[in-house]
Unconditional design. Sequence first.
Length: 215
Amino acid sequence: MYRYALILDDDLACAAFAEKALLGLGIGDVNRVTNMSGALASLQRLPDLLLTEVVVAQQSCIPALERIRQLGASPTIIAFSARATRSQVFRLQSLGVSTFLEKPFSAHTLRQAVQGGVPTLTRVSSRGADLDERLEAYRALYRLTNAEIDVLRHSLLGMSREEIAVERGVSVNTLKTHVKSILSKTSCPSMKVLARQHQRAIEVAPFAQSFEGGR
């Protein structure tokens, strides 16, 4: 089992979520860093497990990964993002990333990745059980209510606000209250942006087989 884990992410909710999952696996020494300068400074002590967002505080995580290679260390590296491009994923692979997870991910998926059970890019579909799993990840990560999850589900399926209001039997003003809460909790400027992030994660999935890191 890993002795020391470093989490690099400026999304405080996600970092706390990941830390809780790692502590639940018995990794007692977990450090969270929210910017690249702090990450580079923290590498005076090298982790044997690194969890990193692809972009941290508007800066790429690549300098930290390059520094780890320069120091001759070879930790297990798990990267995650909701907006990673194909070129970014391939670059991460070349720097030692063994697993790439799409945000938001469930605690179960993260535990599997840490334990070596997810050797390739995790695929998430927009329909059926996969959408349910993704919504549960949103619920856990951002503490969304049942009503907010239901609104988010319909929104990701392409329904308009008016259609969602009719489907749920509520007024448009009530729906707007739910939407405002969802956007505040997820730090997204609009539902369109949230939907684009969700869709981008789905579009990344088809090249999962090209991303075979392993340990």
